[in-house]
Design a protein around this ligand. Structure first.
Ligand SMILES: *Cc1c(COP(=O)(O)O)cnc(C)c1O
Length: 345
C-alpha cells in the first residue's frame, strides 16, 4: 500500500501554506489590529475563523468523529476539486468515476487537466468493484463513488465499495450528499480502518441549506491536513459558519422534514406508477426519483410550459428517456402529478 506522501503531488507535499493573521493568532484578546480590517461594520467586520473550530466541534458531536477528521469547504464541490489538486499531476494522472453519476468529478478533473475515466454502472445501476479496479492504472490517484448515486438514487453496494478500498492503492472518495435520506448508515464508520477513504457530505440537501454553500469531507487527519493546507485561507464565510451552527442545532426539525420528504417520496412514486407513459421508476434512497417515461424530451418541455421544472437526464448515458424529479413540498408534488395526469399523449 502506498503512503500518502507517495500519492501526493510533489509540489503539494513540499508546499508551505499561506499563514493568515487568524492562523497566527486565534483566541481571546481585546484589541485586534492584525488583519487590516475596518473596525466598524459589525458583526461582519472581522475575518471568519479559517479553521471553523466551533462548527467542527458541533459536527464532531453530531458525526461522532474527532475534529481532526473533518474538513469544511465552500460546498462539497470545494473538497471534490481540492482532492484532485492535491493528488493528481496535470497531464499525467487520472481519476476513475462511474457513469451515470454526479457531473462535478469530471468537470473538476478537466479544469485541472486531469483525465477522467468513466466506468459504466452495471444492471440496475450497480457498482462492480472489478470493473472499477480494471479501469484503474499506475496513474490513477482517486476513485470517485457517489452513494446514494445522483441521478440514479440507489445506494452502491457496501461490500463492493469495501473491495475498491481494499484493492485500489489510491484515494477513494465516497460522496454521501444524500446519505441522510438513505436506509443505511454513513461510511464514516470505516474511516479508522481505511486511511485512504474520504467521505463527502453537505448541508445542501437534507439540512436544507444549499444557499450558504457548506460541505464537509471526513478523512484521516493526514488527508484533512493536506486539504487545509491548500484551501483558500478564509474559504467559509462568517455568515455561512454562523448559519450552519444554527441549522445544526435544529436536528429534530431536520428529522421532521426528512420524514415528510420520505413520505412524499412514496406518495409521488405511487402516483407516478399510475401514469400510462411511465415505464420505470428506479428505487430511490435519496430525495429525488429517476423515472423512465415514453418521451422524456416532450414530457420535459410540456412540464416547463406548465411552469414545473424537473431535470431532463435523457442525454446522460444509460438514462435515455429519464427525468430526475426532486421531492418538494406536498403542494409542489401535487402540482407536478396533476400536470402529468393532464398531459395529452
Ligand atoms: C448536490 C450534490 C452535492 C452537493 O454539493 P455542494 O457543493 O455541497 O452543494 C455533492 N454531491 C452530489 C452527488 C450532489 O448531488
Amino acid at each position: 500500500m502506498k503512503q500518502l506522501k507517495d500519492l501526493l503531488r510533489p509540489n503539494i507535499l513540499s508546499l508551505k501554506p499561506y499563514s493568515s493573521a487568524r492562523d497566527e493568532f486565534h483566541g481571546e484578546a481585546s484589541v485586534f489590529l492584525d488583519a487590516n480590517e475596518n473596525p466598524y461594520n459589525a458583526p461582519y467586520t472581522r475575518y471568519p475563523d479559517p479553521m471553523q473550530r466551533e462548527l467542527k466541534r458541533r459536527l464532531s458531536e453530531l458525526k461522532d468523529l474527532a475534529a481532526e477528521y473533518i474538513f469544511i469547504g465552500n460546498g462539497s464541490d470545494e473538497a471534490i476539486d481540492l482532492a484532485i489538486r492535491a493528488f493528481c499531476r496535470p497531464g499525467i494522472d487520472n481519476i476513475v468515476t462511474l457513469t451515470p453519476s454526479y457531473g462535478m468529478y469530471e468537470v473538476a478533473a478537466q479544469i485541472n487537466q486531469v483525465a477522467c475515466i468513466q466506468v459504466p454502472l452495471s444492471d440496475n445501476f450497480r457498482l462492480s468493484a472489478d470493473a472499477v479496479l480494471n479501469a484503474t492504472g499506475e496513474q490513477t490517484k482517486i476513485v470517485y463513488l457517489c452513494s446514494p448515486n445522483n441521478p440514479t438514487g440507489n445506494l452502491l453496494d457496501r461490500e463492493e465499495i469495501y473491495r475498491v478500498l481494499k484493492y485500489f492503492g489510491g484515494i477513494v472518495v465516497v460522496d454521501e450528499a444524500y446519505i441522510d435520506f438513505a436506509s443505511s448508515p454513513s461510511l464514516t464508520e470505516g474511516l479508522v480502518s481505511f486511511p485512504r477513504l474520504m467521505v463527502l457530505q453537505t448541508l445542501s440537501k437534507a439540512w436544507g441549506a444549499a444557499g450558504i454553500r457548506l460541505g464537509m469531507a471526513f478523512a484521516s487527519p493526514e488527508i484533512i491536513a493536506v486539504l487545509n493546507k491548500i484551501k483558500y485561507p478564509y474559504n467559509v464565510s462568517r455568515p455561512a459558519q454562523e448559519y450552519a451552527l444554527k441549522v445544526l442545532s435544529r436536528e429534530e426539525e431536520m428529522r421532521r422534514q426528512l420524514s415528510e420528504i420520505l413520505r412524499e417520496r412514496s406518495l409521488t412514486e405511487e402516483a407516478l406508477q399510475r401514469l400510462p407513459f411511465v415505464r420505470h421508476i428506479y428505487p430511490s434512497e435519496a430525495n429525488f426519483i429517476l423515472v423512465r417515461v415514453n418521451h422524456a424530451n416532450a414530457t420535459y418541455r410540456y412540464l416547463v410550459e406548465q411552469k414545473v421544472i424537473v431535470r431532463n437526464r435523457h442525454s446522460v448515458s444509460l438514462c435515455e428517456d429519464c427525468l430526475r424529479i426532486t421531492i418538494g413540498t406536498p403542494q409542489e408534488n401535487h402540482t407536478l402529478i396533476k400536470a402529468l395526469e393532464e398531459m395529452k399523449p
